[in-house]
Write a protein of this length. Sequence first.
Length: 252
Amino acid sequence: MRTPRNDQLSDTDRAGKRGQHTPERRCVVTGEVAPAERLVRLALGPDGLVLPDVLGKAPGRGGWIGVTRAELEAAQAKGRLRGGLARALHDNGFTLPDDLGERIAVQLERATLSRLGLEARAGFLISGSDRIEQAARRGQLRQLLHAADAGEDGRRKLAQAWRVGEGEEGSGREGLVLPVDRQTLSMALGRENAVHLGFIDARAADRVLAHLTRWQFFTGWSRDAANRGPDGDSRNAGVRAEDSGDARNDAF
């Protein structure tokens, strides 16, 4: 599996995971092996229907994919997905829904937004430009997120405050743009006009980024999609919560 961009572990995280077993699974489309937390599970239901199980908690047999939606749908159209699943399940008597790619995308979005809501209710997520800017300048901000329709001026202002607070002026550090607009984000969080979001806890940020990475990889949405100049060149890449120096705690 091609690892989604920016999905790297910090030295602190590597140290924290030493001696721990990381389950690996083989992608039924490409045959490549990768950590299970980076893949999406497909589960075989009692009715013979194969459905996405993005949380990896459904009982019974299943297979794993580590490809984008476009690659999945191409593999399904050519029969390669069915062949790979048949080998993984040791069974060919199953049904693949025609809209499997859409179902996976919906589940990945739901899982990410649900995780955001949980972190917000736990008090680890703040919203509102003024609150975020204040936390950023105090060095308390661990990650910065924006709705897809957030204004560029607002994003730049908060990113600058973040860099100042971290003593990294000129570093190019910027927030991540989510694949959903402010209306969707506001509904998920139960807040009005949720345009900019700030994490004040690194572990909480990484729990969300774990889901977000898979969602963005599968859909092909670039993390810095809205941080591009008029010529299409990215002005920033590689922003990660672990840059704060806190340990990462992936929770796919």
